[in-house]
Design a protein. Structure first.
Length: 229
């Protein structure tokens, strides 16, 4: 869909798209173009908004996100946004990869050699989850340990900082504010700066809507305050 297409229905929306998003938001210095692509792609997948995927998946590749990284983002978000949302993205991405000549040799091959695990940190996390939720759903607790934190999070195709950024974006996009505290702290521990986290919210306001971002901002504010102490 072109901006001229939008103008035939809503000239105001076309103007906002051209001036606020293309002319301003994507040029702001708080995030690199690559990071903005990661944020946008994550939001689209989390919300299953397929209409924008072709444009923004291609833009991500042009902005330096590699095929491997896009592949890993989709894999990661299968866990954090659900398998159907990931499959929506795969359906569109497979055609883009075919058009660009991206073959299996440019994608992560199984099995991969996982990154080192911080045993002490994982033991503390697993113990807390077991104590809090073992009586609620032991299956969820087991898969959280076996698949998420000792497997998915250690896959090398996406840097820990970027994997955390993808997760935070998905949480904001889907309104899952209760999970933001843990994952934003993890993101900042993995190298996401406060300024980048702040600008991520600005970017997401346009791609997920102001209500999702304002629902997340009190939690983000508390995270920032706790890290200042």
């Amino acid at each position: 869909m072109t901006n001229d297409d939008v103008r035939t229905v809503s000239p105001a929306l076309a103007n906002y798209t051209r001036n606020a998003i293309v002319g301003d938001l994507w040029k702001r210095p708080g995030l690199s173009s690559r990071d903005r692509s990661i944020v946008t792609v994550s939001a689209l997948i989390a919300r299953a908004q397929t209409i924008g995927m072709t444009h923004y998946f291609n833009l991500a590749l042009e902005n330096g996100v590699t095929p491997t990284e896009l592949s890993e983002i989709m894999t990661h978000l299968a866990f954090y946004s659900g398998w159907p949302n990931a499959f929506f993205a795969v359906e569109i991405m497979k055609d883009i990869f075919a058009e660009r000549g991206v073959g299996e040799g440019q994608l992560p091959q199984e099995p991969v050699t996982l990154l080192p695990l911080d045993q002490a940190s994982e033991a503390r996390r697993a113990e807390a989850v077991q104590a809090n939720f073992g009586d609620v759903s032991q299956g969820v607790v087991d898969f959280t340990e076996q698949l998420l934190f000792t497997d998915l999070w250690l896959r090398p195709g996406l840097a820990p900082r970027d994997r955390s950024l993808v997760t935070v974006c998905a949480l904001v996009a889907s309104g899952q504010v209760a999970q933001i505290t843990y994952h934003l702290n993890r993101a900042m521990d993995n190298g996401l700066t406060r300024a980048q986290a702040s600008e991520t919210l600005t970017h997401l306001a346009f791609y997920t809507g102001w209500p999702c971002v304002f629902s997340a901002m009190p939690v983000v504010k508390d995270v920032f305050a706790s890290r200042d102490k």
